[in-house]
Ligand binder design. Structure first.
Ligand code: ARG
Length: 464
């Protein structure tokens, strides 16, 4: 048991208590952030004359060597230490002696862990953003390739009006774009440095908090030391953003699973992203899409856990807050993994444009356009709606599409019909004429793609 405390204790910690209390098993993840924070703290202590130059130099070298040895596998992080902070400090003292004992001057593990977690979350925000960027790049490529790939658009999962694959994919582009913007907002709000807040009430040492904040890439120091050590809002915001990303992925997966069924056959998931059955030789299952959909619950769980853990905590630090790590880390790993897998599945998926277009034709997705045609001939819309409704019933009985009716049949329902009706309700016309901003018409979509392209090229999570 290597602990940073013990002076006021007369008996050893019970082994079960030690294990229950220790966090090294999971906080070893941020060894790099812990060392980075310690380096900044030591540099500031030296600048303020709290450490001599020589002590400062020894500490920097010692911390560097610990980082190097951990990364090269020469120094193992073991459960002999209570947490990652104890591990780093104990090893520093072992390597450089007395100077190492001065590192913790004017610092507490409370502001230290608050800093480590912030640095870790900041890195994770950047990593998730990168994954989203490559997903958006793939999406935009597919959109540009499918400006003329007609398909039915649905409401209530019933065929509604014709759209294009580009348009359908473009809806997801918007969602993941907002996700990146959300991450940027969170990063901006959280980017204040808690280091120097001490256990809860700051410190009497003349620390330069502006300086450490600047060294660590923060916009400045936090303004209340009690809040600094007990704030996990940024983590809850991040988990909420991850939950939202998973919700978007899950909806997309649900659609792909449906599109991949024998009945729809809009797409075929690549063999590399499908699995088989141990008993049914014909099966090719969309397990990856199902798993991404399934793992959404797990990320929601992490968000709920964190909200619940925090809800009853009095100020300032409480050990409950150590529970901010395991499920949160899992949520970050899960989300990043799911975005990457999903991107691969999407990129390798085969679309069946003929099936999609056929489905649009045979779903009366042009019924609104047929009614609009009559309106153009002077029939009031409510009457036109009724006429086309009766024609749909007639077609259902004949098992055909509106497009299949002869002009005589059209005219039986209304004398306002003439030859022009066929062109007016063709799938191509129905889609091409939808040209309002945000609509599926290929010309409108091309402009939207250009705007998305420009956004993708210029968006940077680090910009102010
Ligand atoms: N392992 C602790 C955590 O993750 C570090 C802070 C410990 N501070 C304390 N006063 N016990 O929250």
């Amino acid at each position: 048991m290597a602990q940073l405390w013990g002076g006021r204790f007369t008996r050893q910690t019970d082994q079960l208590v030690y294990d229950f209390n220790a966090s090294i098993r999971f906080d070893q993840r941020f060894y790099k952030q812990d060392i980075e924070g310690s380096r900044a703290h030591a540099k500031m202590l030296e600048k303020q004359g709290i450490l001599t130059q020589e002590e400062g130099r020894q500490i920097q070298e010692g911390l560097d060597s610990i980082l190097r040895d951990v990364e090269e596998g020469k120094l193992k992080i073991t459960s002999e230490y209570e947490d990652i902070h104890s591990f780093v400090e104990a090893n520093l003292i072992r390597r450089i002696g007395d100077a190492g004992k001065k590192l913790h001057t004017g610092r507490s593990r409370n502001d230290q862990v608050a800093l480590d977690m912030k640095l870790y979350v900041r890195d994770e925000i950047a990593a998730v953003d990168e994954e989203l960027k490559s997903l958006l790049t793939t999406l935009l490529t597919l959109m540009k390739e499918n400006l003329h790939t007609f398909m039915p658009g649905f409401t209530h999962l019933q065929k509604a009006q014709p759209v294009t694959l580009a348009h359908h994919l473009g809806a997801y582009f918007e969602m993941f774009k907002r996700d990146r913007q959300r991450l940027k907002d969170i990063r901006k709000r959280m980017n204040l440095c808690p280091l120097g807040s001490g256990a809860l009430a700051g410190t009497t040492y003349p620390l330069d908090r502006e300086y450490t904040a600047c060294l660590l890439g923060f916009d400045g120091p936090t303004l209340n030391s009690m809040d600094s050590v007990s704030d996990r809002d940024y983590l809850i915001e991040f988990l909420s953003a991850l939950a939202m990303i998973m919700m978007h992925l899950s909806r997309f997966c649900e659609e792909i699973i449906t599109w991949n069924t024998n009945e729809y056959h809009f797409v075929e998931i690549d063999d590399a992203y499908s699995t088989g059955s141990s008993i049914m030789p014909q099966k090719k299952n969309p397990d990856i899409a199902e798993l991404v959909r399934g793992k959404t619950g797990r990320v929601y769980g992490a968000l709920m856990q964190m909200l619940t853990t925090m809800k009853g905590l009095p100020l300032a630090y409480n050990k409950d807050m150590q529970e901010d790590k395991e499920l949160a880390f899992d949520a970050m790993d899960t989300t990043k993994g799911c975005i990457a897998l999903f991107e691969g599945m999407l990129r390798t998926m085969k679309f069946h444009p003929d099936v999609m277009a056929g489905s649009a034709v045979h779903g009366f997705t042009n019924a609104t356009d047929a009614a609009d045609y009559l309106v153009g001939k002077g029939v009031p819309f409510r009457d036109a709606h009724g006429i086309i409704g009766r024609m749909v019933l007639y077609c259902l009985d004949k098992n055909c599409a509106l497009d299949d009716l002869s002009l005589d049949e059209f005219r039986k329902f209304s004398p306002a019909f003439d030859e022009g009706i066929y062109d007016a309700i063709s799938l191509k016309t129905c889609v091409d004429r939808r040209l309002t901003i945000g609509a599926p018409g290929p010309e409108a979509m091309r402009r939207a793609c250009d705007a998305e392209q420009e956004w993708l090229e210029t968006f940077n999570i680090l910009d102010k």
